[in-house]
Design a protein around this ligand. Structure first.
Ligand SMILES: NC(=O)c1ccc[n+]([C@@H]2O[C@H](COP(=O)([O-])OP(=O)(O)OC[C@H]3O[C@@H](n4cnc5c(N)ncnc54)[C@H](O)[C@@H]3O)[C@@H](O)[C@H]2O)c1
Length: 265
């Protein structure tokens, strides 16, 4: 349960803002996949959501499906400063503030799961710009509104690949965990908590279409303790928890949602 109330000052219907003071959660990459499932469940738990996605049409379509009174879709390229700033301003104008930022958008397909020297410098810059600097852009642009919330938090989406990285994608996701501690340290002064989820392989459409089934089966059989594939729904409880006052004394932490992989002390 998202037992938080935002501290908004813009809830007049004639300003286009909802009349309720339900917390506002902005989910980058929220048009589909993990971001969409998290958004649906935040709404089910009393929040409003903004879906900020590179695919503007799908962000708007998903928001319409979720309900235009509780969901807002906006185009946003987390790889671009101006796009992020414009998106956060539109989100705050619609919702009257921002209580939680979910840094979920990321490049994650097998093309990025390559050894470091097999991706050229331009490729490295692309993935780092989206998967790492993108989170900084969003945090920087959302900060003024998060600062005004009574229970502000940021949730970064890393991956089990970022625990002990073996490839380019993993390195970017390790950096997400590093950013989680660095942003937690920086933003504590504004009362903004910053935590992280590191999922194992999940059953999103894009991942299922991309990951060879033999690789997935071998991963589950040989690495996970829980012998099934991760489901996007497995992330819902941890995400709601990290945004809620139930985790009010937690910041800078990463929760691994990987069916027992990797075991660590
Ligand atoms: N699916 C998995 O198995 C898995 C496992 C661990 C971590 N993750 C992480 O979870 C996140 C979401 O994964 P998913 O499977 O739901 O992905 P997905 O491909 O289903 O959806 C990603 C969304 O992000 C959007 N997006 C891509 N680049 C963007 C950009 N520059 N700016 C804004 N939006 C952008 C896409 O348009 C898309 O709607 C990613 O960060 C991924 O690394 C996924």
């Amino acid at each position: 349960m998202l037992n938080t109330r935002g501290s908004h000052d813009c809830f007049s219907p004639d300003q286009g803002c909802p009349v309720s003071a339900a917390p506002l959660v902005v989910v980058t990459g929220g048009a589909r996949g993990i971001g969409r499932v998290l958004a649906e469940n935040w709404i089910a738990n009393g929040a409003r959501v903004a879906l900020a996605d590179l695919d503007e049409d799908q962000a708007r379509a998903t928001a319409a499906e979720l309900g235009s009174d509780v969901a807002f879709g906006v185009g946003c390229d987390v790889g671009d400063d101006a796009s992020v700033q414009a998106a956060m301003e539109q989100v705050a104008a619609w919702g009257g503030g921002i209580d939680c930022l979910v840094n979920n958008a990321g490049l994650h397909l097998m093309a990025w799961s390559r050894p470091p020297t097999e991706i050229d410098s331009a490729g490295w810059m692309s993935i780092l710009s989206v998967n790492v600097v993108g989170l900084v852009r969003c945090a920087r642009s959302a900060r003024p509104w998060l600062t005004r919330s009574e229970n502000a938090s940021i949730i970064n989406i890393s991956s089990v690949s970022g625990i002990v990285p073996r490839d380019v994608y993993g390195v970017s996701k390790l950096a997400v965990r590093g950013l989680t501690t660095a942003l937690a340290a920086e933003l504590a002064v504004d009362g903004i908590r910053v935590n992280c989820l590191a999922p194992g392989p999940m059953d999103t459409e894009s991942a299922m279409a991309d990951l060879p089934s033999s690789l997935l089966e071998e991963f589950i059989a040989n690495k996970q303790l829980i012998q099934r594939q991760g489901r996007t729904g497995d992330l819902v409880g941890p995400a709601l928890f990290l945004a809620s006052e139930a985790s009010a004394f937690m910041t800078g932490e990463t929760l691994v949602i990987g069916g027992g992989f990797p075991l660590r002390m």
